[in-house]
Design a binder for this molecule. Structure first.
Ligand SMILES: [Zn+2]
Length: 250
């Protein structure tokens, strides 16, 4: 019993340390190849005062992503449009970098490598969703502990602009290549469902996309100003291996 309790409190202490942003002692050593000075696992509170925002337009080139049967629009066009709108809404206070600025195909691993070239940065990846026709509303994916606060802000911001939801998953912790593999805070956003006819028409409206971009930019500015304040407790540390192409479709 005593040994069981020792083990229990040992785990509890580790969890407490982790919740304070200190990586648990049992945390595996970051594999070689992680750049010096990087937080490979992201086991710390979210960033504050960062200067660089890398805006990733999902898909591109030969990879069209999802397509709307209602409007005929392709996800790759909408994500590029959104990336440019987010950059302009961020204004001059940030060094905003587009992962792609035209209809080019960029491998996911290459996107990770490009993101890792920047310090003091966050990565936001823009997508639009597809699924059963009843689903609608924004979803946000994160994995790293240091990406939780930004993910909460981005999901709240998108939901405020488009409150429509029907069975969507909201904020989701999921190990994807663009949420697990970068060595900087990183969040993947789904701005709504192209498979939902009414939502596809909403997304097709430039004024809606501008409102969505403005809300996303405001969430990024708030994160830079106050860090994780007000976004709730940090999630537990996780040390799953990097995501690979064979893991699941992204
Ligand atoms: Zn996508």
């Amino acid at each position: 019993m005593t040994r069981w309790l020792d083990a229990f409190f040992g785990v509890a202490t580790l969890a407490l340390l982790a919740s304070c942003g200190v990586p648990p002692a049992a945390s595996p050593v970051a594999p070689q190849g992680a750049a010096a000075g990087r937080d490979y696992w992201g086991h710390r509170p979210g960033p504050r005062g960062f200067n660089t925002v890398i805006i990733d337009a999902g898909h591109g080139g030969k990879d069209s992503g999802a397509a709307s049967r209602s409007t005929g629009q392709q996800e790759k066009e909408l994500t590029l449009d959104m990336a440019k709108r987010i950059r302009s809404e961020l204004g001059g206070g940030f060094n905003a970098i587009l992962m792609r600025s035209d209809d080019t195909f960029v491998e996911l691993d290459e996107r990770v490598a490009r993101a890792n070239q920047h310090g003091d940065a966050v990565l936001v990846s823009m997508h639009f969703n597809s699924g059963p026709q009843s689903l609608r509303g924004p979803e946000t994916y994160f994995w790293r502990v240091d990406s939780h606060g930004l993910a909460v802000r981005l999901q709240q911001a998108m939901a405020a602009v488009n409150p429509g939801h029907s069975g969507n998953r909201g904020l989701v912790r999921r190990r994807l290549r663009l949420t697990r593999n970068p060595e900087i805070p990183c969040v993947l956003m789904e701005g709504g469902y192209l498979s939902h006819p009414a939502e596809a028409h909403l997304i097709a409206t430039p004024a809606f996309r501008q409102r969505l971009a403005a809300a996303i930019a405001a969430a990024i500015r708030t994160q830079a100003a106050v860090g994780d304040a007000g976004t709730g407790p940090l999630p537990p540390p996780l040390t799953e291996p990097p995501s690979r192409a064979s893991d699941r479709r992204q």
